[in-house]
Design a binder for this molecule. Structure first.
Ligand code: NAP
Length: 282
């Protein structure tokens, strides 16, 4: 008896590609959904491919026909991301998908300090309202992304104070997602918090990057006013700047500080630390 057809979004990006690569060749039946299928990775097993964006709900419904279990990677940040998410979930329900696994954000809640975590909460609630089986993976900030916080002068600037963040490697998120997709019924109705093994201050993050990569990196604590002022040069929309600044204030408030044991429990391996991740890249 073949397993369910698993739809995977975001496979032209990091997480979706890692998940698709893990599942390909395991016997899982896969359909990769992409805005531009020509950019999909080549996998070591045949897979189905369908073209869709989240926002074109008619196209999405057609692309999802026959998919039983859907891995939905959250969309790129945009002013209408929430509408993209809810529209795509509606299309999934209309297409007959029976279980959605969604990548949310740690601490998703209506009053979360990180503004985008509020949108993830609304997406989660929408998913829960549809009557499908669901699983939510609440990823912390990606460890992979921490070095990118540094300016060209090597300074990570923001109002995080001495707050701690238990960031998680994309590879660990993908390992857990692949395990969940391989036995979705065991994870129906579950919210899984995905973090790394330790919660670090941004000063410790900077020290680790310097020590492991040799790239001199420092942490410069800003006030909230200084954070808005230092980002004004980008002339970005208010929602975008709020998201950038609240990345740091969420850390300052300790909302990302509690490491969870989920990666080890579901993924079967201890999560990567920042130092291990940086060493693996060099
Ligand atoms: N936790 C964190 O620290 C953190 C940091 C950054 C982002 N994120 C969120 O986590 C998600 C996954 O991370 P990642 O590293 O895999 O991101 P990524 O490499 O940027 O990949 C995002 C994937 O989503 C697809 N996508 C984006 N918007 C879409 C839309 N409207 N319709 C259809 N497909 C769409 C992209 O397709 P294209 O290739 O066509 O663009 C790409 O395949 C991101 O999309 C973002 O929502 C989390």
């Amino acid at each position: 008896m073949p397993g369910p057809l698993i739809g995977i979004t975001g496979a032209t990006g990091h997480i979706g590609r890692l998940v698709a690569t893990r599942l390909a060749g395991t016997g899982a039946r896969l359909r990769l959904l992409a805005r531009d299928p020509s950019r999909l990775p080549t996998l070591n097993a045949p897979v189905q491919v369908a073209r869709t964006s989240y926002e074109d709900t008619a196209e999405a419904r057609a692309a999802l026909a026959g998919v039983e279990v859907l891995f939905m990677v959250s969309a790129a940040e945009s002013a209408d991301r929430l509408a993209q998410h809810t529209g795509f979930l509606d299309a999934a329900a209309a297409a007959g998908v029976r279980h959605v696994v969604y990548t949310s954000f740690l601490g998703a809640a209506p009053q979360a300090t990180f503004t985008l975590a509020r949108d993830h909460w609304v997406t989660e609630e929408h998913l829960r309202s549809l009557g499908l089986a669901w699983t939510v993976l609440r990823d912390s900030f990606y460890l992979d992304f921490l070095p990118d916080l540094a300016d060209p002068d090597g300074a990570i600037r923001g109002p995080a104070g001495t707050g701690r963040v238990g960031a998680v490697a994309r590879a660990d998120v993908a390992r857990v997602a692949a395990a969940v997709l391989s036995a979705p019924e065991s994870h129906a109705g579950a919210v899984h918090d995905l973090t790394g093994p330790q919660a670090l201050t941004l000063a410790e993050v900077a020290e680790t990057i310097t020590r492991v990569t040799g790239r001199s990196t420092t942490y410069v604590d800003e006030t909230i006013e200084e954070a808005y002022a230092s980002r004004a040069v980008y002339h970005a929309a208010d929602w975008q700047v709020d998201a950038w600044v609240s990345t740091y204030t969420a850390i300052a408030k300790g909302e990302l500080a509690s490491p969870a044991a989920t990666v080890q429990r579901i993924g079967g391996q201890p999560p990567l630390s920042l130092a291990e991740l940086l060493r693996s890249r060099s």
